[in-house]
Ligand binder design. Structure first.
Ligand code: NDP
Length: 292
């Protein structure tokens, strides 16, 4: 058996196209574009690439995008002032502060300053609480993208055993909450988990969000399992480098039922969901009904 490769790139393109159409309808109804403001502090090259692609994708969907580039030495106070200014700007529906922030800035304080109704990353504690409580809010883009891939692949997830490896606030915890809301039986694994291989072996769904290259081995998996690999790890390759996930992709291919590749799996979905969240925010802010 060879696992089906889940084509995140194609599914993200389909979602972006749908968001583009929905945005055109929003623009007609509201008389304005949806707007996303992205804030980048410092010159981290990976963050700069992410911010550029977010801006481009926003404009490609027909939305308004603004990028605020601040020097690495920007004070926390100045960043908070900008966030508050964006909170009050009626043309801005979504605010995204690219993480990580320079060490002298308290990330939690910045996230907490974002208006929860403009928090399209879904990192504000109010939105984390809404997700945990089953209330409407904003769900972090990466785990929501993973859930969309899983539902397209498997349909109803109810009753399935899922293992989420990783418990970060941006991926692991919200992923577990989403799977629980779909009535999966969820195990959350982390660096202190004992016998991870046995936990993975019992799972119909494995979501890997660890940040360790190819740590999850094919022979850990239950035959036919659906594997979502969130990890993005750069490893040496000859003279250069290449990207690999947290799962040993080649080893998993002969065991899993379906698997996301790295790159081309979860990554493209993250940006597509950001656009979807921005569109959702715009509908809510403008009081226009949002049709999924
Ligand atoms: P974090 O570093 O915040 O969290 C990693 C988690 O993995 C922690 O909960 C940690 O456990 C756990 N962990 C570490 N070592 C082990 C181990 N040996 N066994 C089991 N669990 C372990 O990472 P993120 O959640 O932010 O990101 C995870 C990965 O996903 C990274 O590769 C990142 O680049 C990628 N990513 C990809 C995105 C995309 O769009 N595709 C978006 C966001 C992230 P503990 O809590 O005990 O320390």
């Amino acid at each position: 058996m060879t696992a089906r490769i889940i084509d995140g790139k194609a599914r993200a393109a389909a979602l972006r196209a749908r968001v583009g159409e929905q945005h055109a309808a929003f623009e007609r109804a509201a008389g304005r574009k949806a707007g996303l403001a992205v804030v980048l502090v410092g010159e981290d090259p990976a963050s700069a690439v992410y911010v550029r692609s977010k801006g481009k994708a926003t404009e490609a969907a027909g939305m308004a995008s603004s990028t605020h580039r601040l020097a690495a030495k920007t004070s926390e106070g100045d960043l908070l002032t900008l966030v508050r200014q964006l909170n009050g700007d009626p043309a801005v529906d979504g605010i995204l502060v690219q993480l990580p922030l320079p060490g002298h800035i308290n990330e939690n304080a910045v996230i907490a300053a974002i208006d929860p109704n403009k928090d399209v990353d879904g990192f504000h504690p109010v939105n984390a609480g809404r997700l945990a409580s089953g209330l409407q809010g904003f769900v972090p883009c990466t785990p929501l993208g993973c859930l969309m891939l899983l539902k397209e692949e498997l349909g109803d997830l109810s009753g399935l055993d899922a293992v989420v490896i990783g418990r970060s606030n941006i991926v692991g915890k919200p992923m577990a909450a989403l799977l629980l809301a779909e009535s999966c039986t969820v195990t959350i694994a982390h660096s202190r988990t004992r016998d991870l291989a046995a936990k993975a072996a019992a799972a119909d769904i494995v979501v890997a969000a660890v940040g360790r290259p190819e740590m999850i081995k094919g022979d850990w998996l239950k035959p036919g399992a659906t594997v979502i690999d969130v990890g993005i790890n750069r490893v040496p390759d000859g003279e250069g480098t290449r990207l690999v996930g947290d799962v040993d992709f080649d080893g998993a291919l002969s065991v899993a039922g379906a698997i996301t590749p790295v790159p081309g799996g979860v990554g493209p979905m993250t940006i597509a969901v950001l656009l979807r969240n921005t569109l959702l925010a715009a509908h809510r802010n403008a009081g226009v009904a949002y049709e999924k």
